[in-house]
Design a protein around this ligand. Sequence first.
Ligand SMILES: CNc1ncnc2c1ncn2[C@@H]1O[C@H](COP(=O)(O)OP(=O)(O)OP(=O)(O)O)[C@@H](O)[C@H]1O
Length: 211
Amino acid sequence: MSNVESNLSSSREPPPGISGQWVYANSGNDDQPWLSLEPIKYYTDAYIIQDNKILLGYKKRGFGKDMYNGFGGKVEPGETSLEAANRELQEEAGIEAPLRLAGSFLFLNEGDDHTFHIDLYRADEYTGTISETDEMRPEWFAIPPELATPQGNSNSREEVPPIPYDEMWGTDHQWLPFLMAGTPFIGRADFIKEGTKFVPKRWWFGTRDSL
Ligand SMILES: CNc1ncnc2c1ncn2[C@@H]1O[C@H](COP(=O)(O)OP(=O)(O)OP(=O)(O)O)[C@@H](O)[C@H]1O
């Protein structure tokens, strides 16, 4: 096998920390070394999808400040990941929803003493009134036309802006389409910090037909 072929086939293999039967979906900066895995801390992010729109929150303080993200946070001791996702959705957006696991990924940031394991949840309905909190400002964005479904009311979709990927984590555009399509996914994203910015160093995502 030539070097080019062996690099290509190894970049399609799941990275350290990822196991199970996953089909390669995308990767980037495959020539970069992976960071070394650190002890894992568990986090959640939750997304509401309705009428071909997705609800994101603009983070007003703390980690990820000034970026749009799902509603979520740390899994506290004694909680399951799903319990944490429900609690954080209530705390940060003021709503309740029948969240379902959509995928997960590992996030490493150079120099950090831990690896983030982030479970991503989705619900297609919610109860309560979406409310701005100290931490998050909720806003609706349009699902891209290729992922929009006929069930949704597309008129309201046209009244909101497209997903603001340039104000989100640098690898979100690699996996958020899987969450919106309902395709289970897993992955890993390593970042380096340049000044105050987090820059993707290397990433890999895989999918499968069902969880
Ligand atoms: C590529 N990297 C990433 N991509 C997408 N989302 C990421 C992320 N890295 C962290 N996140 C999310 O950012 C929130 C931080 O949580 P954070 O606010 O610190 O937690 P929590 O609310 O428990 O904290 P406080 O109680 O306020 O300290 C939490 O939803 C977590 O999933």
